[in-house]
Design a binder for this molecule. Structure first.
Ligand code: HEM
Length: 196
């Protein structure tokens, strides 16, 4: 019964839950609650939610056998789309408040801050995954769809580079994220080897 309810209401609940941080961010922005550097707060918040959702999506496959929960797979696509939503929001905030939608500024920032190239490349690689995430594409692309989803590996690597490259003082977060991503990589490679 509980499992049935989870399968039925799990996705809408997940979407509502994932929208709560955005609602909190909008509320804080409208009430001067983003601190002394509101732009920085918006960039960091959207970036962190993008990263956590991306990690959750990447973790589904390796965690599934541990919890013996095949139903976890049903949430993977939603998690991926939510991650893409937050990364796109992050990109819009950066483009608006740091780049001012000006190509000259974009060029300058890209040459000065390589971590932006890593972040932008990750977003670009997420595009085909988001576009082909519907049932029609899954049916049409069949084996190629699986190949498209191998993009998850370079995406995770680029997302990590994007964060590690920004470090100015403490490497703690970059190391923790790196270890999580690396262990998920290992689990996935083990699984791939078994299925070959
Ligand atoms: C998978 C893709 C991405 C993820 C997971 C991600 C995640 C993050 C995170 C977590 C931060 C905050 C780091 C901190 O704690 O200070 C951040 C900062 C930043 N991101 Fe991204 N990001 C991604 C893509 C992008 C893209 C596409 C752009 C723009 C082209 C971008 C531009 C920036 C900038 C400029 C900052 C630094 C803001 C500052 O401290 O001045 N990111 N990102």
């Amino acid at each position: 019964m509980a499992k049935e309810a989870l399968l039925r209401f799990g996705k809408p609940l997940l979407i509502v839950a994932a929208m709560l941080p955005l609602a909190a961010l909008i509320y804080a922005a409208l009430n001067n609650g983003l601190g002394t550097d509101p732009v920085k707060a918006l960039i960091v918040e959207t970036g962190e939610w993008a990263l956590w959702l991306l990690l959750a999506c990447f973790a589904v496959s390796p965690l599934r056998p541990w919890f013996g929960a095949a139903w976890l797979l049903r949430f993977r696509r939603t998690l991926g789309l939510l991650a893409f939503f937050y990364v796109s929001l992050h990109l819009v905030v950066v483009s608006n408040y740091l780049f001012f939608w000006d190509w000259a500024v974009v060029g300058e920032e890209l040459s000065e801050r390589p971590y932006i190239i890593a972040g932008f490349s990750a977003w670009l690689l997420m595009l085909p995954m988001a576009v082909t995430s519907n049932n029609w594409s899954v049916r049409r692309l069949r084996r190629s769809w699986r190949r498209v989803h191998m993009l998850m590996y370079p995406i995770m690597l680029l997302a990590w580079l994007h964060i590690a490259w920004q470090v100015r003082s403490s490497y703690f977060d970059a190391i923790v994220y790196g270890l999580i991503i690396f262990s998920l990589f290992l689990q996935r490679v083990k699984k791939l080897r078994k299925s070959c």
